[in-house]
Design a binder for this molecule. Structure first.
Ligand code: PLP
Length: 389
């Protein structure tokens, strides 16, 4: 991945480059094998066979049945289908109309729930999180009622890296017969996923966070989960996601998921070591720096901080000018500085939350890049501080 070498990319939680092995398996499906998997003829059969092979491989990596795998257009769409589809089906069947979720969800979940509240008459109840952004399973147990339509808790947080005890939470929901959804878009590349059906009813995954292409996602829907389609039309994807499947991207996603799950055991420890080097280097060298998210229970590729007296956008622009591509961790735009809801939910002061920085590493990251970053950052933070005076 030489094209990354002139700049230092440290934003793998935003997106990843497509692995060359993934690109290779995608290519034939743009040309010779271009058929529509719903067509009866030879071309259709070829595409359908490849699509069903991809479905089986994804199912295997999730410890699921292939009938439980729904292909979507992205992680966001998977979240939408899970939440809209189950909320609607559960209300219709039981009258339950409350969605139990957390203040640290990705906007794909948060804004979908807000939309259902504002326009479809649903209610939302927010679970408390601790100062690391973690949900306590007992808090879920305490809040489940006959009126709970579904529970949604993010597996691994995109902004702060914290990993939630989703297996425990999911089992509590199962004991109460309430569907449990988890957004695993960040988790799928770095954490083992084979046990998901044991504790979850719905799992969202997106291809481009795990070295696959943008524009493909998966929703795992456990057999028997009440769910309505969020998009109607043809009968594709068990009637849950109408529209001709994006065959090349889905083939690529299956390969990307295979590779992530196969290579994770070797990848995890080196990434976690580098992550710890970043965390230690930043905390030691920069006064007023604070780690956000959990110290141990976090993604192996994820480090995130807040710096007192810094405007996070200034810092990002300075880093960019010096050749480092990082993120503030949230979608806050220059000119409209608003602290991230996730950081506020941790109890951080809004002024401090504005000084956030997310550093996420990936497969192509080298130790040299990390050392360069740790060496450069103190100067950048000092300059950003001077600017904010
Ligand atoms: C990136 C991301 C999404 C959205 O996925 P897209 O494929 O970009 O739509 C949802 N949830 C989390 C946790 C993410 O990191």
């Amino acid at each position: 991945m030489d094209y990354l070498s002139s700049k230092i990319y440290l934003d793998y939680a935003a997106t990843t480059p497509v692995d060359p092995r993934v690109l290779e398996v995608m290519m034939p499906f743009f040309s010779e094998q271009f058929g529509n998997p719903s067509s009866v003829h030879y071309y259709g059969q070829l595409a359908e066979a490849a699509l069903e092979d991809a479905r089986e491989r994804i199912a295997r990596n999730l410890g699921a049945r292939s009938t439980e795998i729904i292909f979507t257009g992205c992680g966001t769409e998977s979240d939408n289908l899970a939440i809209r589809g189950v909320a609607m089906a559960r209300r219709e069947a039981t009258g339950a109309n409350c969605i139990l979720t957390t203040p640290v969800e990705h906007h794909a979940v948060l804004h979908t729930v807000e939309h259902l509240v504002k326009h479809q008459g649903f209610k939302v109840e927010s679970l408390p999180v601790d100062r690391y952004g973690m949900v306590e399973p007992d808090e879920v147990r305490r809040r489940l009622t006959k009126n709970t339509a579904l529970v949604s808790v993010i597996y691994a947080n995109n902004e702060i890296g914290t990993i939630n005890p989703v297996a425990e939470i999911g089992l509590i929901c199962r004991q109460h017969g309430i569907p449990f959804h988890s957004d695993a878009v960040q988790a799928a590349a770095y954490l083992p996923m084979q046990t998901c059906p044991q504790w979850s009813d719905l799992i969202s995954i997106g291809a481009h966070k795990m070295y696959g292409p943008k524009g493909a996602g998966v929703l795992y829907v456990r057999d028997g989960t009440p769910i309505l389609p969020a998009q109607t039309g043809g009968g594709q994807e068990n009637g849950l996601r109408a529209g001709t499947q994006n065959v090349p991207y889905i083939i690529g996603m299956a390969k990307a998921f295979d590779l992530s799950q196969q290579e994770m055991p070797e990848l995890f420890a080196p990434l976690a070591n580098w992550r710890d080097e970043i965390i230690q280097g930043v905390i030691e060298r920069i006064p007023g720096a604070q780690l956000t998210g959990h110290r141990q229970q976090r993604l192996p590729n994820h480090a995130s901080f807040v710096f007192e007296g810094v405007d996070g956008n200034h810092l990002l622009m300075m880093l960019d000018a010096a050749g480092f591509a990082c993120s503030s961790g949230s979608a806050c735009k220059t000119g409209n500085p608003k602290p991230s809801d996730v950081l506020l939910a941790l109890g951080l002061h809004p002024q401090i939350a504005l000084g956030s920085l997310r550093v996420t590493i990936g497969k192509p990251t080298s130790g040299k890049e990390i050392r360069q970053f740790i060496d450069a950052l103190p100067r950048m933070v000092a300059a950003a501080r001077a600017l904010a005076q």
